[in-house]
Design a protein around this ligand. Structure first.
Ligand code: ARG
Length: 459
């Protein structure tokens, strides 16, 4: 047991209490951020004349040595310390002696941990945003290649109207673009430095909080020391953003699972992203997509847990807040894993274009266009809807598609139909006449792709 606070105690902490209280098993992962924060703190203390230049140099050299040794594996972070802050400080004192004892001047572990967690989260947001960008790029490649790959669009999982693969992928581009914007937004809002808030009421030392903030790449210091040590909003925002992103991934997974089924056969997941069955030799299962769908629940759980943890905490710091870490780490790790694996799966997935087109041709996805044809020839839409309903019934009896029904049959139901009905209800026409912004028509889709390309280039 190595603690920073034994002075006013007369008894050793019970080992079980010690274990229960300790956080080193999980907060050791932000040792680098802890050291970065300490280096900035010490630099500021020296600038303010609180530490001498020599003390500063000795401390910073010591901290850099610890960082290098942890990174090379020479120095192990062991459970004998309560948390990562204790580990770094104790090791520093061990290595450099007296000056090390001055590191914690004008600082509390409360503002220290608030800083470390922010630095860690900020770094992870960068990584996450990079992964979202890879997803957007992968989607864009598929879109560019498939502005004329026809497939059925669904509502209620029933074939509805024909669309293109580019259009379908574009819907996901929009979702992940919003995810990217949300992450960027969180990073902006969270970018204030809590260091200098002290335990809760600031400090009597003449700290230059603007300077520390600047050294650490923040836009400025936090403006209320009680909020500074106890704000976890940015984590809740991140977990919300990740929950939404996971919801998108989960919906996408669900579609891939359906598309990959024998019945649909729209896609074939690459062998590298599939698994087999221990008993059924023919099986090739979409486990990755299923796991992404499954892990979504875990990320939602993290958000919910942290919301519940925070709701009853009075100002300012309370130990409950230590619980933020495992939830946040788990959600971040899983979200990163899921989006990068999904992108890999997407990039290697084969689209069975003939099967998609064939599926679009059947199931009366062009029925709306047949009705629109009548409307364009002066029939009221409600009447046109009824007429095409009768045509569909006829085709169902004959087990054929609308474009396989002879003209005579059309004319039996409505004399308005002419030979050009076939052209009007072809997949190509159905899709390419839809050129309002956001629709699947090839001309407008190509314009949207240009907008997306610019978006990717400029971030
Ligand atoms: N391990 C603690 C946490 O994660 C660090 C802050 C401890 N502060 C305190 N007053 N006990 O929240």
């Amino acid at each position: 047991m190595a603690q920073l606070w034994g002075g006013r105690f007369t008894k050793e902490t019970d080992q079980l209490v010690y274990n229960f209280n300790a956080s080193i098993s999980f907060d050791k992962r932000f040792y680098a951020q802890d050291i970065t924060g300490s280096i900035a703190h010490v630099t500021m203390l020296a600038k303010q004349g609180i530490l001498s230049a020599e003390e500063k140099e000795t401390i910073i050299d010591g901290l850099k040595g610890i960082l290098a040794d942890v990174e090379s594996g020479k120095l192990e972070i062991t459970d004998q310390y309560e948390d990562i802050h204790s580990f770094v400080e104790a090791t520093l004192i061990d290595r450099i002696g007296e000056p090390g004892k001055k590191l914690h001047t004008g600082r509390s572990r409360n503002d220290q941990v608030a800083l470390d967690m922010k630095l860690y989260t900020r770094d992870e947001i960068e990584v996450l945003n990079g992964l979202v960008k890879e997803m957007l790029e992968a989607l864009l490649v598929i879109m560019e290649e498939n502005t004329d790959t026809y497939m059925p669009g669904f509502t209620h999982l029933q074939k509805a109207q024909p669309i293109t693969l580019a259009h379908h992928m574009g819907a996901y581009f929009e979702m992940f673009k919003r995810d990217h914007e949300r992450l960027t937004d969180i990073r902006k809002r969270m970018n204030t430095c809590p260091l200098g808030s002290g335990a809760l009421a600031g400090t009597t030392y003449p700290l230059d909080r603007n300077y520390t903030a600047e050294l650490l790449g923040f836009d400025g210091p936090t403006m209320n020391s009680m909020d500074g040590v106890s704000d976890r909003d940015y984590l809740l925002e991140l977990l919300s953003a990740l929950s939404i992103m996971m919801m998108h991934l989960s919906r996408f997974s669900e579609e891939v699972i359906i598309w990959n089924s024998n019945e649909y056969g729209f896609v074939e997941i690459d062998d590298a992203y599939s698994t087999g069955s221990s008993i059924m030799p023919q099986k090739k299962n979409p486990d990755i997509a299923e796991l992404v769908r499954g892990k979504t629940g875990r990320v939602y759980g993290a958000l919910n847990s942290l919301l519940v943890t925070m709701k009853g905490i009075p100002l300012a710091y309370n130990k409950d807040m230590q619980e933020d870490k495992e939830w946040a780490f788990d959600a971040i790790d899983n979200a990163k894993g899921c989006i990068s694996l999904f992108t890999g799966m997407l990039k290697t997935m084969q689209f069975n274009k003939d099967r998609m087109k064939d599926s679009a041709r059947h199931g009366f996805t062009n029925a709306t266009d047949a009705a629109d044809y009548l409307v364009n020839h002066g029939v009221a839409f409600r009447d046109a809807h009824g007429i095409v309903g009768q045509l569909v019934l006829t085709c169902l009896e004959k087990k054929i598609a609308l474009d396989e029904l002879p003209l005579a049959e059309y004319q039996k139901i409505s004399p308005v139909f002419e030979e050009d009905i076939y052209e009007a209800i072809s997949l190509e026409t159905c899709v390419n006449k839809r050129v309002t912004t956001g629709a699947p028509g090839q001309t407008v889709m190509k314009q949207v792709i240009e907008v997306y390309k610019k978006y990717i280039e400029t971030y």
